[in-house]
Design a protein around this ligand. Sequence first.
Ligand code: ADP
Ligand code: MG
Length: 328
Amino acid sequence: ESVINRIAAGEVIQRPVSAVKELIENSLDAHSTSITVVVKDGGLKLIQISDDGHGIRHQDLPILCERHTTSKLSAFEDLQSIRSMGFRGEALASMTYVAHVTVTTITSGQLHGYRAQYKDGAMEGEARACAAVKGTQVVVENLFYNMSARRKTLEKSGDDYAKIVDLMSRFAVHHVKVSFVCRKHGVARADVQSIATSCRLDAIRSVYGVNVAKNLMRIEASGDGSCAFEMEGFVSNSNYSTKKITVVLFINDRLVECGALKRAIEIVYAATLPKASKPFVYMSIVLPPEDVDVNVHPTKREVCLLNQEGIVDRIQSVIESKLRNSDV
Ligand code: ADP
Ligand code: MG
C-alpha cells in the first residue's frame, strides 16, 4: 500500500516546483499578506515556506495529511462554485509520502503555536506546543528521498530553483497585495522580493524589472451570453526575453497554462508586430467557475475552457488592435 501511495504522490508532486506551487496556494487560501520561501538544492534538500495567514487549529493537525482531507469543500455542490484554489486535499498528504514534512502554526488568539511532523500520510506522535509568530510555516525536507530514480533524474536535469523563482514572480504579479520573498538557503539576498502594492504596474516593475514595465500597454476584453468572461492585463510592444514569449496567465485567480491561448497570442504578435515576437504578457481572466475544467491533469496547471474558441478569438482581436496602434 505504501508503494502505491508513493507512486500516486509522485504524480501530484512531480518536482520541487510543484510542491512550492501547492504550498503557496495554501498560504494564499489562508489569506496571507506575506509569503517567504527558502530553498536549498533546488528544493530537494529543503523547501521552507512561512506565511502570516490564519493558521491551522490544533485539533486539525492530526488529519492534515490524510488524503482527501480538506477544509475547503463541505458539500459536493461546492465543487461547482468553488473559488478557492485547492479543493482536493491531496497536496500535503502527497508531500508526506515522498518527503519529511514539519508544520508549525498558530491561530489567532492563541498564546503559543504547535509543531507537528509527518511521514507516510500520518502525523508522527503528538503535536508539541512551541513559540510561533502569526501564521504557518511548512518545511519539506529530502523530497523524493524514497524515490531514487526520480531524485537522480531531477539532479541531472538541473536545479528547480530557477523554476521556483519564475513561479513566485508570476504569483507576485497577480497577487499584488501580498509580498513575496524567495531566496536560497544561506543567502541573504532575495531573488524575488515584491512589496505589497495596489498598482499592478509597480508589481510587474518590481518583479520583472523597469525595462519590461516601460513598454507595457493595458488590455481589456469581455464577452457575454454563452461566452461570458472578463479579461484584463498588460502586453508589451517589445521583446522581453531573448528566448521565448512570457505569458503570465491567471484564470479565476489560479495560475494556469492554456496552450491554445498562448499559441493565439504568438500568432497575433507574429502577424502584427513580428519584431516583438518574445514579449511579456500578463492576463487575468474571470469566468463562471463551471466554465473552467481544472482537473484535466493532477498537477492542475493546464486548463480547458468551455467556449475556448470564442474567448481566444476575442482576446486575439483586442491584442491585435492594441499592437497595431502602438508600433513605435
Ligand atoms: P487543499 O488545499 O486541497 O485543501 P492541502 O493538502 O493542500 O489540501 O491542504 C490541506 C489542508 O491543510 C487545507 O485544506 C488547509 O485547511 C490546511 N492548510 C495547509 N496549509 C495551510 C496554511 N499555510 N495555512 C492554513 N491552513 C493550511
Ligand atoms: Mg492546497
